[in-house]
Design a protein around this ligand. Structure first.
Ligand SMILES: Cc1ncc(COP(=O)(O)O)c(C=O)c1O
Length: 482
């Protein structure tokens, strides 16, 4: 929000944009929502968008673009090789990040594929604050091992630590001493740490980790997919950066790392991805993979129209009035839910509001995918589609045993500049109703479990008929209301 105080003293998020194009959405009656989630195998990824009222599955590729981004798309240079669009995007990236080389890729996980193939040899360890699903899949697929050393605060649901995504420096030192630098593929910092509730990493932490890595000769890789949110929090929560402009903060981060990559479905509100590197040899090595897996070097699997939108979106990310829009809505949603006693991750992060299924569904065993059950129940109660971020999103251990997630979260993502405050209030209202009726929610079990990234396509069924009971209770409490 801009510096606007309300006379009432209420802290109301104020949108700093106006809506000029809309998409009609439908809210189905609860009985139909129940039918839809059953048909989707209790997996919110498998719902049809036409059956969804508010799509809060993710912030990925579904952010509202600005009129300047749409205008830029018309100006794209559509050529296989040597496109002007590529050079425009490269120039913007150089200006913002001041890193030497740029490699385009079709999205964030494609960057992860290239990085993992270039830097990981079987048995090597990658140390990070916390994994992301696709990051871990690429590392393990290449024979690597993921080690997570996020600060202890990072795994607490309730906290007032401003930077819960920080790496624990003592653990980092111990881990390097234990493995030896030659066995460490790289250290990875994820901005706006996704799976622990969109929690930011402080500049002090990046600086300290960088110093250690440089002393040891270990590469530091920075996942900047959620950099926009993280920049907002650095400015907001670190007194030292209160008056520093966003671009200078961005450049400082970039100056401390060796490789920086991003999903442009998040950063820059377009669709694509990219890797920035300083080391020429590494660039040459990675370049081979771009042409093999992505496309020619001057588009890397992206549409040139998206590249133009990305170039503008990145410039717009350097504006506090743009990047503050999601975190203030997330905070408003978290506060509405907290006021009703609903357990959510605090302090509110970027990306979305994270409901703690461990407490919400304390009666459901972790083996019955309590966060997945909660995500399905939220859809039945509201028509809002959110995402499970818990055990379902984990990979099984090598011996096939279940790996229980440290956090069981239902993530209510807040795509950038998409939903209004009344829609956000509706979401809070229905989740609060669900919380009052939480004892009805039961567990889920797999009927079809893919080997890799099982949360995308896995199909489940309810243990017992709790979804029907929930829908009946909704009808009883809300009468004719949708
Ligand atoms: C932190 C982080 N890294 C990487 C990715 C992967 O990006 P993409 O979905 O574009 O493949 C995501 C996507 O959600 C993410 O949140």
């Amino acid at each position: 929000m801009s510096n606007v105080k309300f006379m009432s003293g209420e802290n109301i998020p104020l949108e700093m944009h106006k809506v000029r194009m809309v998409q009609k959405v439908n809210l189905l009656p609860v009985e139909e929502r129940l039918k839809c989630i059953k048909e989707a195998g209790f997996n919110t990824f498998l719902l049809n968008n036409r059956d969804i009222f508010m799509d809060m599955l993710t912030d990925s590729g579904v952010n509202a673009m600005s009129q300047e981004q749409y205008a830029a798309m018309m100006n794209a240079d559509d050529s296989y090789a040597g496109s002007e669009t590529y050079y425009r995007l490269e120039a913007v990236l150089k200006d913002i990040f001041a890193m030497e080389y740029f490699l385009p890729a079709h999205q964030g996980r494609a960057c992860e594929n290239i990085i993992a193939r270039s830097l990981i040899k079987p048995g090597m360890v990658t140390i990070m604050n916390y994994h992301f699903t696709t990051t871990k899949a690429h590392i393990t697929l290449n024979g690597g091992i993921v080690e997570e050393i996020v600060s202890d605060e990072g795994l607490k649901i309730t906290s007032d630590a401003p930077f819960k995504g920080d790496i624990d420096i003592n653990k980092l030192k111990k881990s390097i001493a234990l493995h030896g630098k030659d066995k460490i593929a790289f250290v990875r910092i994820e901005a706006g740490t996704n799976l622990i509730g969109g929690q930011p990493v402080s500049m002090d932490n990046v600086r300290e980790v960088s110093k250690i890595c440089r002393n040891e000769g270990i590469r530091l890789v920075y996942d900047a997919s959620l950099l926009g949110d993280n920049l907002y929090f650095i400015k907001k929560r670190d007194e030292k950066y209160k008056d520093v402009d966003i671009k200078s903060i961005t450049r400082e981060i970039a100056s401390l790392v060796d490789v920086l990559y991003f999903s442009a479905r998040k950063l820059g509100s377009a669709r694509g991805g990219g890797i920035l590197i300083n080391d020429k040899d590494l660039y040459m090595n990675m370049r081979e993979f771009v042409t093999l897996y992505e496309g020619f070097l001057t588009y890397g699997g992206m549409s040139v129209r998206e590249m133009e939108a990305l170039a503008v979106g990145l410039v717009e990310t350097m504006d506090m009035e743009v990047i503050n829009q999601t975190p203030i809505i997330v905070e408003a949603l978290c506060n509405e839910l907290l006021a009703k006693g609903v357990p959510v991750v605090t302090p509110p992060g970027g990306l979305g509001c994270h409901v703690d299924a461990m407490q919400f569904c304390s009666h459901v065993p972790q083996a019955e995918y309590k966060a997945g059950a909660l995500a399905s129940a939220i859809f039945i109660a509201s028509g809002v589609r959110c995402m499970e971020r818990g055990t379902l999103s984990e990979q099984r251990n090598a011996d096939g045993s279940e790996r229980y997630a440290e956090m069981e979260l239902a993530r209510i993502a807040v795509p950038r500049r998409v939903f209004t405050l009344s829609q956000v209030k509706y979401t809070a209202d229905r989740i609060s109703w669900l919380y009052k009726n939480r004892e009805i929610i039961g567990g889920l079990r797999f009927v079809e479990e893919p080997k890799m990234l099982r949360f995308f396509f896995g199909r489940l069924e309810s243990i017992g008929n709790w979804p029907d009971i929930l829908a009946t209770q909704f009808r009883k409490d809300f009468g004719e209301s949708l």
